[in-house]
Design a protein around this ligand. Structure first.
Ligand code: UD1
Ligand code: UDP
Length: 382
């Protein structure tokens, strides 16, 4: 029996972990025990608790309850807590997702005490080191033993950074193995898509008609913390909504919700708050989110996960950033980078609202990435 220890903390990691936990439960229950450690990076019910029951994720064995804080303080408390649990549980490996402070903390704690690291969503790069996530993902990749990249571009980034394509087992931190294996979030979107239709009424609840609204999310630190960018984003959305009489629904991340009144001009704040077309709501569950994505006319977002889900459900996406790690989405024409630039966002809206034929090639695997990852962990980790 192999013992794996999974670190989750931020919303997207909890959702990603559902795919692996499901694969373990359905195919590998007699070979793998999973210990789940929640760092507590996200803690509001609608950023954490809501997902466990809905996505059938086992409740965490440990919660470090670190909460919010500066990067150093938050990451340091997580490292301390994770180290203690690793020493007690002595797992065969640790599984880390993505690029958050919880990922980095797991990577530092595990690498220093010699626990092999499995990095899921390895190799993604924005080539912008002013993003905290870019630092986290580079540091995690370079102390990992098995690196699972969801995309070809991610795999190529790792090769460019010196990881070797031809590597023979046994693998270790000094002799790592890189894979291009598809995306666990694609697994999840396929798996939960029908359930989302059956189990949610998010459209009715928000008086939305299929194909007649835009779904938007904003939470990236530069977009929320720089008033000029936040104003530009909301001004663009307000103009698009009013000029085209189209509703924009925004399930708002708590980070953004807390900064809206402070960083928007009072005039724009009141326009947004009283607009009949812009609807700001609290974060929704994953099934509700999928339902919104499936039924939207288009998506506007600075989220990594939401960009991809727009693509999975064949919706055009306006990326509210200057670059993306999911470069394939832009290259195939299904997404456009518009940054926090009012003009570019409005142009992208006009472009996508006229364009009929978009291509959504198979870029993210076959919906069985999590199974493949489990099989490789079982084969390659002692
Ligand atoms: C984090 C990740 C980011 C990821 C995002 C997913 C880092 C450095 N960033 O960003 O990569 O895209 O999660 O959502 O790890 N807050 C609450 N309640 C919560 C959680 C957060 O109110 O449950 C508020 C707090 O004011 C907090 C702020 O949001 O200070 C930011 O939270 P934090 O987890 O530090 O970063 P995110 O912006 O969520
Ligand atoms: N999500 C959700 N409810 C919301 C907003 C997002 O369930 O109100 C899901 C979304 O479907 C995706 C993930 O959260 O699977 C993305 O998380 P987020 O945008 O917070 O982070 P990122 O992917 O940018 O790291």
């Amino acid at each position: 029996m192999k013992k794996i220890l999974t670190i989750i903390g931020a919303r997207p990691q909890i959702i990603k972990a559902a795919a692996l936990s499901r694969a373990i439960k359905t195919k590998f229950a007699d070979q793998v025990t999973e210990i789940i450690v929640h760092t507590g990076q996200h803690y509001d019910d609608n950023m954490s608790e809501i997902f466990f029951e809905e996505l059938d994720i086992p409740h965490p064995n440990y919660n470090l309850n670190v909460g919010s804080g500066s990067h150093g303080k938050q990451t340091a408390s997580m490292i301390e807590g994770i180290e203690e649990i690793l020493l007690r549980e002595k797992p065969n490996c640790i599984v880390l997702y993505g690029d958050t402070n919880s990922t980095l903390a797991g990577a530092v704690a595990a690498s220093k005490i010699g626990t092999p690291i499995i990095h899921i969503e390895a190799g993604l790069r924005s080539f912008n080191k002013s993003m905290p996530e870019e630092i986290n993902r580079i540091m995690c990749d370079h102390v990992s033993t098995l690196l699972f990249s969801p995309t070809k571009a991610g795999y190529q980034n790792l090769i460019s950074e010196g990881f070797k394509e031809e590597q023979q087992p046994p693998y270790s931190i000094d002799h790592p193995k890189v894979y291009h294996c598809g995306d666990v979030m694609y697994d999840n979107s396929l798996y939960f898509s029908q359930l989302a239709d059956e189990k949610t009424n998010v459209l009715e609840k928000n008086q939305l008609s299929s194909g007649q609204f835009i779904l938007a999310t904003i939470h990236r630190n530069n977009n929320t913390d720089e008033p000029e960018r936040l104003n530009s984003l909301f001004s663009a959305m307000h103009k698009i909504a009013n000029a085209n009489k189209i509703k924009i629904i925004i399930p708002l991340h708590p980070r953004t919700a807390k900064l809206l009144a402070k960083n928007l001009s009072s005039e724009l704040y009141s326009l947004v708050k009283t607009s009949g077309y812009i609807k700001i709501i609290s974060p929704v569950s994953f099934l509700e989110m999928i339902s919104l994505e499936k039924n939207a006319l288009m998506v506007m977002t600075d989220s990594g996960g939401v960009q991809k889900e727009a693509f999975f459900f064949k919706k055009p996406c306006i990326i509210l950033r200057s670059e993306t790690e999911w470069i394939e989405l832009k290259n195939c024409g299904a997404a456009k980078l518009a940054d926090a630039d009012e003009e570019r966002i409005m142009e992208a809206y006009t472009y996508f609202s006229k364009k009929q034929q978009l291509e959504f090639p198979d870029l993210f695997g076959n919906g069985k990435a999590a199974e493949f990852i489990c099989e490789e962990i079982l084969k390659q980790i002692n």
